[in-house]
Ligand binder design. Structure first.
Ligand SMILES: [Zn+2]
Ligand SMILES: [Zn+2]
Length: 247
């Protein structure tokens, strides 16, 4: 943003103060250029990294297996090397992400990128990332929604960790059913062959950091990672703003 933009922002904040985006809060926002107040931001349900599976990042509750790999990953290892998340998908994260994804609240991107950046710096090694890639939307869905929420996050993250962002080389080649409408078994089948590397030049031999808004079962990350490896990536790490915990 230029100097004029900053001045205009400051003036608008005086005339029309930003109110915290958390519905139950309504306090004025005290963080520069953000839409969550500091109290709400600090009170978010952060996802702890201690005692989690080295691969999928799930908190290991029952049997702690050798080298901290959960039972699911030990049985069927995902194609990605690590998946990590910033916060747990519960109030008020669900409200914010719903507005961001379906309600055109694209102005939340920087607040959400704050979370993503924090998780990537704390739980992965951003210096070893070559390229940041968003989980792609099929062109049909991109047309109806108007934007890819994961691409907005990837752009903001790439800027912050100073890494290249590639929104073109990796594509969704099949328009799949919404994962949320399917059962566990259908979900696994739904994404087979849904993604592909369309241009390998920026992917081959690279450490790819794959970005999404929410991680649920990890299926989307796993299928994307497999397609990226098939397309020549050296390894794939995954980061999401939020994670849905299993019941
Ligand atoms: Zn607040
Ligand atoms: Zn695991």
């Amino acid at each position: 943003m230029g100097r004029t933009g900053k001045i205009l922002d400051a003036v608008l904040d005086r005339v029309w103060p930003r109110v915290c985006a958390v519905k139950t809060c309504a306090r004025p926002v005290d963080r520069d250029r953000r839409h969550l107040c500091s109290a709400c931001f600090a009170g978010l349900p952060f996802h702890e990294a201690d005692g989690c599976c080295r691969v999928c990042g799930t908190t290991i509750v029952s049997k702690v297996q050798h080298d901290f790999v959960c039972e699911a990953c030990a049985k069927d290892k995902p194609a990605y090397e690590h998946a990590r998340s910033a916060v747990v998908y519960e109030e008020p994260v669900d409200q914010l992400l719903n507005e961001f994804k379906f309600g055109a609240a694209v102005w939340l991107a920087e607040d959400l990128a704050d979370l993503l950046e924090g998780a990537v710096r704390a739980k992965l090694q951003p210096a070893d990332v070559d390229v940041v890639v968003p989980v792609p939307l099929h062109p049909n869905r991109l047309r109806t929604r108007g934007y890819n929420q994961s691409a907005l996050l990837a752009r903001a993250l790439g800027r912050r960790i100073n890494r290249r962002v590639d929104e073109r080389s990796f594509r969704r080649i099949r328009d799949t059913e919404h994962q949320s409408r399917l059962s566990g078994d259908e979900r696994r089948k739904n994404l087979v062959g849904a993604f592909a590397v369309a241009d390998a030049r920026g992917i081959r031999g690279r450490t790819v950091l794959l970005v999404d808004d929410v991680m649920t079962s990890g299926n989307t990350f796993a299928h994307c990672a497999k397609a990226l490896l098939d397309g020549g990536a050296f390894r794939v790490w995954c980061a999401s703003v939020a994670r849905r915990l299993k019941d």
